[in-house]
Design a protein around this ligand. Sequence first.
Ligand SMILES: NC(=O)C1=CN([C@@H]2O[C@H](COP(=O)(O)OP(=O)(O)OC[C@H]3O[C@@H](n4cnc5c(N)ncnc54)[C@H](O)[C@@H]3O)[C@@H](O)[C@H]2O)C=CC1
Ligand SMILES: O=C1O[C@H](COP(=O)(O)O)[C@@H](O)[C@H](O)[C@H]1O
Length: 247
Amino acid sequence: MDDQVLLTGASGRVGRAILAGIGDDYEWRLLDREPPVEDLDHEFVVADITDETAIREAMTGVGAVIHLAGDPRPDAPWDSVLTNNIDGTRTVFEAAVDAGVEKFAFASSNHAVKHYETERRPDLYRVSDEFRLDGTEQPRPGNLYGVSKATGEILGRYYHDEYGISVVNVRIGNLTKGHPPRGYERGQAMWLSHRDCAHLFDRTLQAEYDYETVYGISDNDRKYYSIERAREVLGYDPQDNSAEYED
Ligand SMILES: NC(=O)C1=CN([C@@H]2O[C@H](COP(=O)(O)OP(=O)(O)OC[C@H]3O[C@@H](n4cnc5c(N)ncnc54)[C@H](O)[C@@H]3O)[C@@H](O)[C@H]2O)C=CC1
Ligand SMILES: O=C1O[C@H](COP(=O)(O)O)[C@@H](O)[C@H](O)[C@H]1O
């Protein structure tokens, strides 16, 4: 990717993990409604993703978008996810297709499919259980935040089919720095380490794809999300496994 890469939500946890891993590898335009707390050595736009004018301007000269900005709280109220996650994502897609952006990686979530766990927990969190979601299943959100993430995936389906932009939905599991969540089987099954996170989003910038939905977790022994599609389509090669850490 020779053009600039727009990273929305750059000041957040996922954004910082990406920049820590691949910050030197691209010409970034970072965007967040919160100004950076430290000197990031990259162009930084302070803007809200619901501001159409600002987002159109931020898209100038951009070849790929990693769209993370949004309300990440599983218990976020409807007015917030409607504004930040649904309307904001639509605004970013509109500006991207108008600017001729080639690739768009969308930060979706495990919460878009959480109700697949309902009749299977806690067994599916354990190594012996072979149940897997692979990204071809319909969403089954566990909350309104999950509904907003499923809606973001569908917005991507529309913008891909209508305008040809390449879209990958990354259903991120549980990003935790340094070690998997302790005493939390579900979190260990969907742990995404910081280095695997940076590598996975790097692959969304390098690989060729049309419209894809993949799971963003490390290669954990416990898992109920398949990472085969991410391996096949993106060339994802995770290095970490929650089983290698003490509970
Ligand atoms: N951290 C995790 O384990 C997971 C995160 N995700 C998704 O990844 C994305 C990033 O999550 P985190 O980094 O954990 O959250 P975060 O809250 O640390 O970062 C989100 C960033 O987006 C910015 N933002 C929020 N609304 C905005 C708006 N309207 N305009 C401009 N900027 C806005 C915030 O200022 C913040 O810096 C979110 O979309 C979240 O739903 C999905 C699954 C798991
Ligand atoms: O989508 C998200 O998922 C992670 C993991 O979910 P949890 O229910 O195990 O906490 C969450 O930590 C993050 O805030 C959220 O954006």
